[in-house]
Design a protein around this ligand. Structure first.
Ligand code: NAD
Length: 470
């Protein structure tokens, strides 16, 4: 299965949802197609002084809301086509959770696992300069974030490069989210995607009727879970499923293989073990499995693919034994695999909803940066202002007006992190309720079609109001 088939899957899911809409075809096309994409090649010095040419991309899928928003992926396999598909997914994701941004995505063809820190920094800074040259980055234009192979450190370099090349920009730090706290990041962003995955699964598993249909009791507690990928998303999803949900993490798969223990694995201990040994294989008390893919096919209640796309295809879908596949990664189930899982009665919680926690908290970080309040000394004086902004944003996103007392307690009481997490929780719960309602009330085939259809209708509505389609 080629990686470009990921784009095919996104198109397939979109077209299926569009078949349930009564919107004008032209308007549907505008929501479907990518508005602009930039392919670049630039030279970077290797550590030995020789020069290599790097290929990279940025795609802005939809400008119905600005800025556009989406992560940057470092992977030797990333392609322009994959970047465009991921950008499209970002548009739909933002619409599903009510984040007022268009979708975008970036890709850089380097192997995050083998490069030195110095090379990584030179590539990141040069990539940022290229984006600035073509007007593909800026607080009002396009705002990157972390994705596969990137994290806080790269976001910090991007912010620093932007700030130093755009000397007169007052809110330069709002050009990127997922930054370290010391560079005007926001507490809670690092764990946001994985925590959102936990809230999403929890919302799904609270509905008794749906769980009965799967032969499950409600709630996460005691459920057996297998996770693929112990990176930012996978680690945090597994951690919160275990710590806050009471799930039993029976299997963890990584690139080097997988480990399995029917009595449960301590996620934090596995994480520490992998950092120390550069592999999860050999984790004490667990069975080590050389081929991590095999782990996806083991008996469990919930399978959480959190690494890459196209992990469940027509090849392995007939052997998946999980009752719920919770798509923490983007596009882990391709459309052929999806049809088989669907037919076998396996419930899929779709990526465009489930991993939207990251962009939700990125939105809060962007708002905070736009408010012009730095994270160091100024924060105490302006704390109230910032929290007020966050409360307003929460109210706008959720449509729920807080009582005066609750709003006062939030503004003066909880920490910024508590605020962020409360808003994230509410946003995920509300989004799930909307998708679920659409699925049932509109008689749609599944949650994914419901999520895509809601996204399509919301983006289309926004284009109408912008007067593009009078
Ligand atoms: P990451 O780089 O932090 O982690 C990815 C992990 O997957 C790494 O530990 C890597 O070793 C592992 N991996 C790679 N190939 C594997 C394989 N074949 N089997 C098992 N493990 C493998 O990336 P991330 O940020 O956690 O992103 C993971 C997925 O989540 C991607 O699809 C990404 O697009 C999506 N996502 C990320 C965010 C975010 O905020 N970081 C938000 C939304 C969606």
């Amino acid at each position: 299965m080629s990686r470009d088939s990921f784009h095919e899957s996104v198109n397939h899911y979109f077209n299926r949802a569009a078949s349930f809409s009564t919107l004008d075809e032209g308007l549907i096309d505008q929501v479907r197609f990518c508005n602009s994409a930039y392919r670049m090649r630039f030279p970077v010095k290797r550590d030995d002084g020789t020069i290599t040419v790097i290929e990279a991309y940025r795609a802005e899928h939809s400008h119905h809301r600005l800025p556009t928003k989406g992560g940057i992926r470092f992977s030797p396999d990333v392609t322009m086509d994959e970047t465009i598909a991921l950008a499209a997914l970002m548009t739909y994701k933002c619409a599903v959770v009510g984040v007022p941004f268009g979708g975008a995505k970036g890709g850089v063809r380097i192997d995050s696992n083998t490069i030195s820190d110095g090379f990584r920094e030179r590539v990141t800074r040069r990539y940022t300069a290229e984006l600035i040259r073509k007007n593909f980055i800026g607080p009002d234009i396009d705002v990157p974030a972390p994705d596969y192979g990137t994290g806080e450190r790269e976001m910090g370099w991007i912010a620093d490069t932007y700030k130093n090349l755009k000397l007169n920009s007052g809110d330069a730090y709002a050009c990127v989210t997922g930054k370290p706290l010391a560079m005007h990041g926001i507490p809670g962003r690092k764990q946001a995607t994985g925590l959102g995955v936990f809230y999403g699964i929890r919302s799904c598993m609270e509905i008794a009727e749906d769980m009965q249909a799967l032969g499950l009791t409600t709630g996460i507690a005691g459920k057996r879970v297998i996770v693929q990928g112990l990176g930012n998303v996978g680690y945090h999803a597994a951690f919160f499923m275990q710590r806050d949900g009471g799930a039993i993490i029976t299997g963890i798969a990584e690139r080097e293989g997988g480990i399995f223990n029917p009595n449960g694995l301590d996620v934090d201990e596995v994480f520490k073990f992998r950092n120390a040994n550069k592999s999860i294989l050999g984790f004490p008390g667990a069975e080590s499995i050389a081929n991590g893919q095999e782990l996806l096919e083991r008996e469990c209640d919930i399978l959480i693919p959190s690494a890459l796309e196209n992990q469940i295809t027509a090849d392995n879908a007939p052997r998946i034994k999980a009752k719920i596949v919770a798509e923490a990664a983007n596009g882990p189930v391709d459309f052929e695999g999806e049809a088989i899982l669907h037919q076998r009665g396996i419930l899929m919680i779709p990526d465009l909803f489930l991993n939207a926690g990251g962009v939700t908290v990125s939105y809060f970080e962007w708002l905070k940066n736009r408010a012009g309040v730095s994270f160091d000394r100024m924060i105490s004086r302006h704390e109230e202002l910032v929290k007020r902004e966050l409360v307003t944003a929460m109210e706008e996103m959720t449509g729920v007006k807080l009582s005066e007392e609750a709003s006062r307690r939030l503004i003066h009481g909880p920490s910024e992190e508590e605020l962020v997490i409360a808003a994230l929780e509410q946003s995920m719960m509300r989004a799930y309720a909307n998708i679920h309602r659409a699925w049932k009330e509109r008689n749609l085939p599944d949650l994914r079609t419901a999520a895509f259809l809601l996204a399509l209708e919301r983006v289309a509505e926004s284009y109408k109001h912008h007067g593009i389609f009078p």
